[in-house]
Write a protein that binds this ligand. Structure first.
Ligand SMILES: [Fe+2]
Ligand SMILES: [Fe+2]
Length: 173
C-alpha cells in the first residue's frame, strides 16, 4: 500500500463527507480548501510530467492511462469547485470582503473555462490512435496551457483568500 503522501497519480486520499464539509468554523473550511489546493498542484505537476514523453512502443496503454488520469483530474477539480462554489466558502469570503465579490465571480467563471478545456482535451485525446499524430502535439500543448491557467487561477485565489482572511481577522480587533 502506498502512503497518503505517496499515493499514485490519479488516486487521492479519502475526502470528508458533505456533512463534515459544512464546517462549524471558518478555520476548518480554509484548511480543507488549502489541502485541496496542495493536492491540485501535485496533480498538475504529474500531468505535466506524464505528457512530456509519450510511450510510443505501448501507445494504446499509455493513452488509456492518460485518459484515466485526465478523467480523475476532472473529477478532482469538479469536487474542488463544488466546495468553493456551493460548500459555502466563496459565499463566506464574499460576506467577509464585499469589495472582492467581482474577483470571486471572475474566479467562478474560470471554473467553467477549465472544465470545458479539460473536457475538450479528453475528447481529442480519445480519438488519437498513433503516437505520431499531429493531434498529440496539440493535446500536449493544450495540457501545458491548461496547467498554467490553473496555476494562475489558484495563485489568484490564494491572494483573495488571504485578503479576505485578513479582513476577517481585522474585523475582530
Ligand atoms: Fe477556484
Ligand atoms: Fe481553488
Amino acid at each position: 500500500m502506498e502512503s497518503r503522501e505517496g499515493h499514485p497519480a490519479g488516486v487521492f486520499p479519502p475526502r470528508p463527507t458533505a456533512r463534515e464539509v459544512v464546517m462549524p468554523n471558518a478555520h476548518s473550511m480554509n484548511e480543507l480548501v488549502e489541502n485541496d489546493h496542495k493536492a491540485l498542484l501535485k496533480a498538475l505537476s504529474d500531468l505535466e510530467t506524464t505528457f512530456e514523453h509519450p510511450d510510443t512502443e505501448m501507445f494504446g496503454e499509455w493513452k488509456l492511462e492518460r485518459l484515466w488520469q485526465l478523467r480523475d483530474f476532472l473529477n478532482q477539480l469538479q469536487k474542488h469547485f463544488d466546495l468553493e462554489e456551493t460548500g459555502g466558502f466563496n459565499e463566506r469570503m464574499s460576506r467577509t470582503a464585499p469589495h472582492l465579490v467581482a474577483q470571486i465571480e471572475h474566479l467562478e467563471e474560470d471554473h467553467l473555462k477549465i472544465t470545458s478545456d479539460l473536457t475538450h482535451i479528453i475528447d481529442v485525446m480519445k480519438g488519437i490512435y498513433q503516437p505520431d499524430s499531429p493531434k498529440l502535439e496539440r493535446v500536449h500543448s493544450r495540457v501545458q496551457d491548461l496547467v498554467q491557467f490553473i496555476r494562475v487561477h489558484e495563485a489568484a485565489e490564494t491572494d483573495i483568500i488571504q485578503e479576505a482572511f485578513y479582513q476577517e481577522l481585522g474585523a475582530g480587533d
